[in-house]
Design a protein around this ligand. Structure first.
Ligand code: ADP
Length: 140
């Protein structure tokens, strides 16, 4: 399996509860390397564009408000089959359905406030990385 990069966000519910280190420990224990990372306060425009695919969903307004409510940590993760692997480490969207040992099972509060984001496909990973990081910021 090829080495891939994926895009991750440690969401406001997790940064607020001081869980950045605990989540990074799970990422690294899974064999994923954090090759870029920064703590930012997402703007409303960034959150609206980032989650634009969900614009018509009933939770869109709530989701955008949540993402700008506290700082987030945006990251690029690298490793073998990184996109699928990180989705496994994250667990299901709803923590009630997430497998034991996953980030969302251990740390998420609800289906909305669910600790982390991870890209779902190679195309979205490339787009999401380029949206938040300049090439020079990725140090493999
Ligand atoms: P994932 O983050 O697991 O890829 P989705 O792409 O389906 O999940 O949804 C994006 C994000 O929108 C979720 O991580 C969550 O924060 C939020 N979300 C999804 N479904 C709901 C819902 N029913 N109610 C509130 N927020 C939701």
């Amino acid at each position: 399996m090829a080495i891939q990069r994926t895009f991750s966000i440690i969401k406001p519910d997790a940064t607020k509860r001081n869980l950045t280190g605990a989540i990074n420990a799970k990422i690294e224990a899974a064999g994923l390397r954090i090759v870029a990372q920064k703590r930012i306060r997402m703007t409303r425009e960034q959150a609206e564009i980032f989650y634009g695919v969900h614009r018509e969903r009933p939770f869109y307004g709530e989701l955008v408000a949540f993402m700008v409510s506290e700082p987030v940590v945006v990251q690029v993760l690298e490793g073998e089959d990184a996109i699928v692997k990180y989705r496994e480490v994250m667990g299901a969207t709803d923590p009630a359905e997430a497998a034991e040992g996953t980030i969302r099972k251990e740390f998420a509060l609800s289906k909305g406030e669910n600790a982390v984001h991870g890209s779902d496909a190679p195309e979205t990973a490339a787009e999401e990385i380029a949206y938040f990081f300049a090439g020079l910021e990725l140090v493999g």
